[in-house]
Write a protein that binds this ligand. Sequence first.
Ligand SMILES: *[C@@H]1O[C@H](CO)[C@@H](O)[C@H](O)[C@H]1NC(C)=O
Ligand SMILES: *[C@@H]1O[C@H](CO)[C@@H](O)[C@H](O)[C@H]1NC(C)=O
Ligand SMILES: *[C@@H]1O[C@H](CO)[C@@H](O)[C@H](O)[C@H]1NC(C)=O
Ligand SMILES: *[C@@H]1O[C@H](CO)[C@@H](O)[C@H](O)[C@H]1NC(C)=O
Ligand SMILES: *[C@@H]1O[C@H](CO)[C@@H](O)[C@H](O)[C@H]1NC(C)=O
Ligand SMILES: *[C@@H]1O[C@H](CO)[C@@H](O)[C@H](O)[C@H]1NC(C)=O
Ligand SMILES: *[C@@H]1O[C@H](CO)[C@@H](O)[C@H](O)[C@H]1NC(C)=O
Length: 357
Amino acid sequence: MKPLSLTVVVVLLALGYAQVNVLEPECDSPEAEEAALAAQDYLNAQHSHGYKYALNRIEDIKILTNTEGDNTYVVELDLLETDCHVLDPTPVANCTVRPKVLTAVEGDCDVALKRVGGKLTVKAFKCKTEESTEDLCLGCPSLLPLNHTTALDFVRASLATFNNFTANTTYALLEVGRMSTQIVSGGPQYFAEYVVAEANCTKDVCAPLTEGVITHGICSAKGVTAAHTVNCKTFSVPRLQDANSTAVPSWSPAFHAHSRKHGLRHHKLTSYHDPHVLGLLSVSSESNEVVPVVVLNGTAAPVASTLAADTSSASVEVPLAVVKRDVPASADTTVPNVVATEPVLLIPRCPGRVRFF
Ligand SMILES: *[C@@H]1O[C@H](CO)[C@@H](O)[C@H](O)[C@H]1NC(C)=O
Ligand SMILES: *[C@@H]1O[C@H](CO)[C@@H](O)[C@H](O)[C@H]1NC(C)=O
Ligand SMILES: *[C@@H]1O[C@H](CO)[C@@H](O)[C@H](O)[C@H]1NC(C)=O
Ligand SMILES: *[C@@H]1O[C@H](CO)[C@@H](O)[C@H](O)[C@H]1NC(C)=O
Ligand SMILES: *[C@@H]1O[C@H](CO)[C@@H](O)[C@H](O)[C@H]1NC(C)=O
Ligand SMILES: *[C@@H]1O[C@H](CO)[C@@H](O)[C@H](O)[C@H]1NC(C)=O
Ligand SMILES: *[C@@H]1O[C@H](CO)[C@@H](O)[C@H](O)[C@H]1NC(C)=O
């Protein structure tokens, strides 16, 4: 839905290539899936707080080949938040995507990858994370900002309950992942998901341990401050024994403080990353996009493939019309039929299949 056409043009300019071949495989082709899954795993490894994201749909893919034969894959992905925290060792394929009624969170990402030694490696990405507000029901639990005072009191009360049942170990709060509330007879009931770590407590100050193998817990609590149930799944994470290791998410209680500052209701994917300053994805994706359209005998078709086919050729067709199109928040496979007077028959190359919703 985003203007990959614009992205491609910018890529061509940014790379300064005289000749670039652009392939547009189908969104459900094996090469698209390979790139998408490599991107999904990379994005999950990038964010050190919040939850893992699972691929929902491949929105578009282009494979650019320069004269040296190097391939750059540019994929546009729709991802959905799962209920597995990034610290949870469960593979993302086994994680449950959060259903719409529990407020799904959606990540829209543009990712550029290159094949290095046979393996697709992410070179740059850009993501936008949003709550999906479709299909929310009256009476469903609704997300609360992560700095909500009453809900945080509920989190602390439920953690105190948990600590009362753990023999010699005391856990300290590391991160609040989600908090929501539901109105039931008798007033609001709270739901919270949070992450704890084994702590070193002196008098009344508990600080999470920072060295060695530390037990973490992923907790979910339900109820009110005075009466609740709490469940924590604990596991051990070897922590930063090698300062250069990237295998262990390097996180600190600092981001807990961070989430207090903002009024967000969910954690976000890392939004922008271009370590090699390739400028591959530098076009900002606004919800109001200018999409060039070629008018060919009453039918409208996106211009991307025309431009992409062969930029060195002098016979590149000039866009005859530029339309401003409102991009709907939801998946929409229809081509904007702006100037067409006759039905448009296009075999949809993209977007690909929807895995969840
Ligand atoms: C993930 O799912 C597969 C297939 O359902 C199962 O064999 C495997 O044990 C699961 N792994 C974990 C860590 O849950
Ligand atoms: C802690 O647990 C004991 C029994 O296991 C219970 O009697 C006590 O009320 C609990 N304290 C709190 C603060 O939950
Ligand atoms: C808890 O501490 C007591 C006394 O310090 C010790 O005997 C016991 O083994 C410890 N329990 C666990 C589970 O570490
Ligand atoms: C616990 O904290 C105290 C005081 O800050 C410190 O001296 C001690 O080394 C800490 N213990 C561990 C196991 O981190
Ligand atoms: C970590 O990286 C630094 C510089 O990048 C290097 O000097 C050091 O030896 C590395 N340490 C380990 C344990 O690999
Ligand atoms: C939560 O964050 C929002 C936005 O930064 C702020 O306006 C609000 O006052 C904060 N609420 C609390 C209880 O800290
Ligand atoms: C437009 O379509 C008509 C009828 O299908 C055809 O005769 C005409 O040559 C087409 N014009 C162009 C410019 O393709």
